[in-house]
Design a protein around this ligand. Structure first.
Ligand SMILES: [Zn+2]
Length: 427
């Protein structure tokens, strides 16, 4: 299913803020979404977006309500959900209000610590993942050196917390999904679920992200089933527009639960049949049901099914993917390429790569061209240049067809790298 620029802009929060549920709830899109509930005694926020959006969300919030912010609940510790608190805290200090209580799961503290320990690495990693929307050019939008830490910490796997503010009750639950520190919030009075990234609208759940640590498909399904029990009328997703109406809410949750059970159970079945990742992956690609593939709520916007297969496998298996001992401690790919070039001339690999490209076998063509690119010390300049140029063309075609933002950016990064190599070679 195609995705337009508008879909992508909506996904990253460029839609106008909107009130709902008797006008007392509010959604502000700012890369990650901010959810707000106004009670008689003040505001409760779920998430505060990335740091660089703090003024924008504050201005939007103050158009909705002038009451003090009493609670901030972090749906999880990703940078796009809990660093945009600056203006809110400044206001509390200026007006002499108490600082809001901050509610989070205990694992968020480990996450913040990890971000500090791996700061440079995360800057680099996120510049890869978000390259097409300019994170590469910003100084350090993801720093966790300054955080607003939780004052109410939920502990353990069954963590649950309930509180009332101005006659409105808030129920906070912990379920793993995209992260191990996720919380979601149910507000019965407003028939609203604030889901964090357990629901992105639209996207296949972001499991198996190629750049990030393990995520949890099975627990994700359970979280969706728990949300379904609430019979909600609204979902504020972590990204993308509000999901409205019982029918849509039910569909958004049940299709995710079904897809997560499917991906988990089909991988488990194949593990029990003694299959390795490579076989499982290609079999899973062949059996992907059309009802998921073509579903409005499961578009590959951000996460995608192909990544998800990795997530389900990694839940139960390590990094040995083929069961072929050749792959256990492989030689450098450059050395392997050079050996191929000792057996056959670079021209042959180039010709065959071009032939495969012509026949539409883009992935196989890339493997052939990589023999020249990786074994470049043994390849004439003009042939190498041609290999770079065709590879860049193929990556562009793949990027054009690719719906997943993360996969598309990986192709873009490859194209950028090739451009530099081409320049270098021509100079
Ligand atoms: Zn997010």
């Amino acid at each position: 299913m195609d995705i337009t620029t508008k879909d992508m802009n909506d996904f990253f929060g460029l839609f106008p803020p909107k009130s709902f549920a008797d006008g007392k709830c509010y959604i502000i899109g700012a890369f990650g979404n901010v959810g707000a509930v106004e009670t008689n005694d003040g505001l409760v926020l779920v998430d505060v977006a990335p740091r660089q959006y703090h003024k924008r969300i504050f201005t939007a919030l103050r158009k909705f309500s002038t009451k003090p912010v009493k609670y901030i609940i972090y749906s999880h510790g990703h940078f796009d959900h809990c660093f945009g608190y600056v203006s809110i805290i400044k206001e509390a200090e200026e007006k002499g209000w108490d600082r809001p209580d901050v509610i989070a799961h205990e694992n968020i503290l480990r996450r913040f610590e990890k971000y500090r320990r791996l700061e440079k690495y995360h800057v680099w990693l996120n510049s890869q993942q978000f390259s097409s929307i300019g994170l590469k050019t910003q100084k350090n939008p993801v720093s966790a050196r300054e955080t607003l830490n939780p004052t109410i910490v939920l502990k353990g796997n069954d963590a649950h917390h309930e509180f009332t503010l101005g006659n409105t009750t808030f129920e906070v639950f912990h379920d793993k999904g995209e992260t191990d520190d996720s919380l979601w919030v149910w507000v019965p009075d407003k028939k609203t679920i604030f889901a964090g990234d357990l629901v992105m609208n639209p996207s296949f759940p972001n499991i198996g992200n190629p750049n990030k640590v393990q995520r949890y498909p099975y627990d994700w399904a359970i979280a969706m089933e728990k949300m379904l029990e609430k019979d909600a009328e609204f979902i504020v997703p972590g990204h993308g527009k509000l999901i409205e109406g019982k029918k849509n809410v039910k569909e958004a949750l049940s299709i995710r639960a079904e897809a997560m059970h499917f991906i988990h159970d089909e991988v488990v079945k194949r593990l029990n049949e003694g299959k390795w990742f490579e076989q499982i992956y290609h079999e899973m690609m062949d059996i992907y049901p059309a009802k998921f593939k073509n579903h409005e709520f499961l578009r590959d916007t951000y996460g995608c099914y192909r990544f998800g297969i990795h997530a389900a496998y990694r839940l139960y298996h390590g990094w040995y993917n083929t069961g072929n001992p050749t792959d256990l401690f492989p030689a450098r790919s450059e050395e392997i390429a050079k050996e191929y070039l000792h057996v056959s001339l670079p021209e042959k690999f180039l010709e065959h790569g071009k032939e495969l490209y012509k026949r539409g076998k883009l992935q196989l063509a890339l493997h052939m061209l990589d023999v020249l690119i990786k074994g470049k010390e043994l390849v004439q300049k003009n042939l190498l240049l041609e290999a770079y140029e065709i590879k860049a063309k193929i990556l562009k075609e793949k990027a054009r067809e690719e719906i997943s933002f993360i996969a598309r950016n990986s192709y873009y990064n490859g194209i950028e790298e090739l451009k530099m190599k081409i320049e270098e070679l021509k100079s």
